[in-house]
Design a protein around this ligand. Structure first.
Ligand SMILES: [Zn+2]
Length: 556
């Protein structure tokens, strides 16, 4: 179908809706029934409409590019852009069938819409099948002997349907992929038994302590959907939606003796479990704009729940450093900076730590008692926001929290960050700051931070940086006034190797800028660029924090 014909079809649809006083299919009483059945490698979904329509549109739960690539119309004469489905001849229709392939690109999706569990099982994001203007109902074709159809809290029979707006995920397929305990687990043979048992135990333990401390169970126990796939790229993806936790792992070996892997999985599962728990009882008024609050809470509470003191110290140190690098010269609160990338996790965790440490210093309760107070203040509305958290934390932690929270509303330069971090000793968090001459950890992000600051200073506040095996490559020479000519491949900074010694390269930029010396970048081919003077961003690389001691944090 040509673009012109597509536009004509859209125009025709527009005319119908503009003149007909409610186009076909836009009537809220219209109904769509989706019948799911299994093919060899795809999930067949057949929609039947109560009233014929000239087009249908999907609701927004699945990215259109995913639907366009993976949801394949059956039969000739359809045009589907991943959002709107029409007949090429614009004729009305009352049914259509799509064959749904399992979701790919899992790592950068909010939710995983279609997932295969073992050979015969499937999970489906129910709202992903919703059509705009239709109440959509889903039925599944499965074998009542040995198979189940799970939705929300219940098992359905083969002649029952579920409203797509029920939300969360449905599963249909072999019963053996489902284990029901305090939490329900759905996983195929790709997930070994030990891993299932581990997650059941982890989530169960956290659920019990949260239930006890908040004096309320979640509305429904969590359901954990897990998948593993062989992939070239390592990926860990967790999400929480209502009572559902989904964990997708790819490109690693499921090796229980690999401590790093086990720690990552635990962190992921428990972070999402806190979301399920808090998210089912209360919701945040500020999902996107202040995500540092609910992400910080999920991250900090889950870390507190499973890490030993040394793991907690090391992880908090890492987060403090990433937070100050992301936020130097930028405020956290009520700005877009606070919700970008890792910032809500790193900085959100720091806020929670400060609240708890200040409260304990004041002989108040721990982090869960602060959150219990947030919920009490939320009352019947059952929604919380930054203001409520601030109130609750200030009530128990006093100025030790309130003053520091106030600081996050303004931007701090590197010097202000340094005194802020030093000042945390008043609430029992003892931080040393690394001098440039001291040994720095060799973390890749430090080289990227130094080169990023340099680009901000010379390239009109823009950054373009690609990490390669043996150099960093940049392609914004046009914006850098001749200071980074010909999209250079960079390897050294004042003679320090950016790839092998990123921590030292970071320290060298701090030293040089502190001494008013210039930065000379060395290229992969051995040539050197002309010296670059330090600008404001380069001079504001923060001193890295080393967390020496935390207050005594009670077990949750
Ligand atoms: Zn989260």
């Amino acid at each position: 179908m040509t673009l012109l014909r597509y536009l004509l079809v859209l125009f025709a649809i527009y005319l119908v809706s503009g003149t007909g006083g409610g186009a076909e299919g836009q009537d809220a009483s219209a109904r769509a029934d989706v019948a799911l059945s299994r093919n060899e490698n795809t999930l067949a979904a057949r929609w039947t409409l109560s009233d014929p329509a000239e087009s249908v549109s999907f609701e927004g739960w699945v990215e259109p590019d995913e639907r366009q690539r993976l949801w394949i119309p059956q039969g000739d004469g359809w045009f589907f852009d991943g959002n709107i489905l029409v007949r090429e001849d614009s004729a009305p229709f009352d049914s259509f069938e799509l064959h749904l392939n399992p979701s790919d690109q899992i790592y950068d999706r909010r939710y995983v819409a279609i997932l295969r569990i073992g050979e015969r099982g499937w999970t489906v994001l129910t709202e992903g099948l919703s059509l705009e203007g239709h109440r959509t109902f889903i039925a599944a074709d499965f074998d009542p002997e040995g198979e189940v159809f799970l939705v929300g809290n219940q098992r359905l029979s083969s002649d029952e349907t579920v409203a797509a707006e029920t939300g969360g995920f449905l599963y249909f397929g072999p019963e053996r992929h489902v284990a029901e305990d305090h939490a329900t687990m759905i996983a195929g043979p790709d997930i070994p038994d030990w891993m299932r048992a581990k997650f059941a135990a982890d989530i169960d333990a956290l659920s019990q302590s949260l239930t006890k401390r908040f004096e309320m169970p979640p509305k429904a126990p969590p359901v954990l959907v897990m998948s593993f796939r062989e992939a070239e790229r390592m990926s860990f993806k967790g999400s929480a939606l209502g009572r559902f936790i989904t964990l997708h792992v790819g490109g690693v070996e499921l090796d229980r003796s690999d401590e790093d892997f086990m720690r990552r999985m635990t962190a992921l599962a428990l972070h999402e479990a806190v979301h399920v728990w808090i998210g089912q009882l209360y919701s945040s008024r500020e999902n996107a704009e202040q995500s540092w609050l609910h992400e910080g809470a999920a991250e900090y509470i889950s870390m507190r729940a499973w890490m030993n003191p040394e793991e907690l110290r090391a992880d908090l140190e890492d987060k403090i450093n990433k937070c100050q690098l992301a936020l130097v010269r930028r405020p956290l609160i009520a700005t877009r900076y606070g919700s970008r990338g890792r910032v809500p996790y790193d900085c959100g965790t720091l806020v929670q730590l400060i609240a708890e440490a200040a409260s304990l210093k004041n002989e108040g309760g721990d982090i869960l008692s602060i959150w219990k107070d947030v919920f009490e203040r939320a009352g019947n509305e059952r929604t919380f926001d930054t203001a409520l958290f601030k109130e609750a934390a200030t009530a128990t932690a006093g100025d030790g929290f309130a003053d520091r929270m106030g600081v996050f509303e303004t931007a701090m330069d590197a010097g202000e960050w340094a005194s802020f971090l030093k000042g945390l000793s008043e609430i029992g968090i003892f931080v040393d700051l690394l001098e440039p001459a001291e040994e720095h950890p060799d973390e890749t992000y430090l080289a990227a931070a130094a080169l990023g600051a340099l680009q901000r200073d010379v390239c009109q506040n823009q950054i373009s940086l690609y990490q390669r095996a043996d150099h960093y490559w940049t392609n914004i020479s046009a914006h850098c006034g001749g200071q980074l000519p010909d999209d250079p491949e960079l390897r050294h900074l004042n003679g320090v190797d950016l790839i092998d010694a990123p921590g030292a390269a970071y320290a060298e930029m701090r030293r040089a800028c502190g001494a008013d010396e210039a930065i000379v970048l060395g290229q992969l081919n051995g040539d050197q660029l002309a010296p670059i003077s330090c600008g404001e961003w380069m001079s504001n690389l923060p001193a890295l924090a080393v967390v020496r001691a935390l207050p005594d944090l009670p077990a949750l």
